[in-house]
Design a protein around this ligand. Structure first.
Ligand code: GN1
Ligand code: MG
Length: 349
């Protein structure tokens, strides 16, 4: 257990009045909602230092973005981190980094995308985030996780795991490896994108799950949160992760693979919401990659879960036997479903 008394105190909060409770379902950080009189007041997060080797880079990016927005888009809702009593972005306790954000009153998050309207609102918020930052020079930002959405790099990690990973696991999961190896053209297309001047690097969120959007009481999107992975990137990361996580009613934890399917109306809603903000910024070439973006992200997530399984779950951890293998098979199924629906989805656009 963290020493909450010390942490709260360092942020200038009276530990007798404020109480942290475990919150959310992220795989990487531990998140707490800090309540006063049973009402949410702050969000406290312990940063995963294994994954984010330089937490100060996150703070750097958020500061640059906050400063830019307050000058150019003061109306934009942006959750600046709260400094501790000494003015630091973090409090260190027992070798761990903690940071604090204000809770925006009247907002809530969703864990599951249940209606096309929600997909639309979320996509609009992620699109807006990149759009309001269109004039910010991306070279001002740091890469908080080097190679994070570099599919070539993820593929190399997968190949290395096939050579050096757990032999027993490799032996009994050959069908997953085979499926992924066969689709290496997804990597080739990404490499082409990297050299294509019509694909622009922009300020990209890189984690566009629905629970990273705040909604108002009347279910309108308010803003995006969880800015650790904000760094320069391609729009296919953000659009693709929405397709990956909103389009199927079953999420990446689902073990009943037959419940995975492609909901056309959700796909359409994502594109509408994203385009309403980003349409005018995207090139023709970029616009012809909407379905590809979904394949790109699902494929990358399948690679990452499977690679972690072969590496004995050192990154994502496993709450039950073969957890990451189940997750990988889930993403493999989702990718197959997307492939089957592809022609129809292209027509929808
Ligand atoms: C991680 O921690 P969470 O759930 O927000 C991961 C994402 C993956 C996701 C899969 C830093 O995000 O890239 O898509 O798990 N974040 C990092 O659920 O690796
Ligand atoms: Mg996250």
């Amino acid at each position: 257990m963290p020493n909450f008394e010390y942490i709260l105190h360092s942020f200038g909060l009276d530990p007798l009045l404020y109480r942290p409770e475990q919150f959310g379902s992220g795989l990487i950080h531990a998140t707490y909602i800090v309540k006063k009189n049973n009402e949410p007041a702050y969000i406290l997060q312990k940063v995963n230092h294994q994954v984010f080797k330089k937490p100060e880079d996150i703070a750097h990016n958020i500061r640059i973005i906050g400063t830019f927005l307050s000058a150019s888009h003061p109306e934009y809702t942006f959750t600046n981190p709260i400094a501790d009593k000494q003015g630091n972005d973090y409090v260190m306790e027992d070798g761990q980094y903690y940071r604090l954000f204000g809770f925006i009153p009247g907002t809530h998050t969703l864990d599951i995308c249940e209606k096309p309207d929600q997909a639309y609102e979320a996509a609009k918020q992620f699109g807006k985030f990149t759009a309001v930052l269109a004039e910010l020079r991306t070279d001002m930002l740091r890469y908080t996780i080097p190679g994070f959405h570099d599919l070539g790099f993820r593929y190399e990690q997968f190949e290395r795991a096939l050579r050096e990973g757990d032999e027993a696991r490799i032996e009994v999961t050959k069908e997953v490896a085979g499926f992924l190896l066969e689709r290496n053209n997804i990597v080739e297309r990404y490499k082409y994108i990297q050299s294509d001047p019509y694909f622009k690097k922009r300020v990209t969120h890189h984690d566009t799950k629905i629970n990273n959007v705040l909604f108002s009481a009347d279910n309108k999107g308010v803003c995006v949160i969880d800015l650790d992975t904000v760094m320069p990137g391609y729009f296919i990361s953000d659009l693709g992760d929405m397709i990956r996580t909103y389009v199927s009613p079953a999420n990446e934890e689902e073990q009943d693979l037959d419940s995975i399917c492609i909901r056309r109306d959700f796909f359409k809603a994502i594109l509408q919401g994203y385009n309403d903000e980003m349409g005018k910024h995207l090139s023709e070439k970029e616009r012809s990659s909407f379905v590809y973006s979904g394949k790109f992200m699902i494929y990358m997530q399948a690679l990452r879960f499977y690679t972690d399984h072969l590496n004995n779950d050192i990154y994502y951890g496993a709450r039950y036997e073969n957890h990451n293998l189940f997750r990988a098979r889930n993403q493999v199924r989702l990718l197959s479903e997307l492939e089957k629906a592809e022609k129809e989805l292209v027509r929808l656009i």
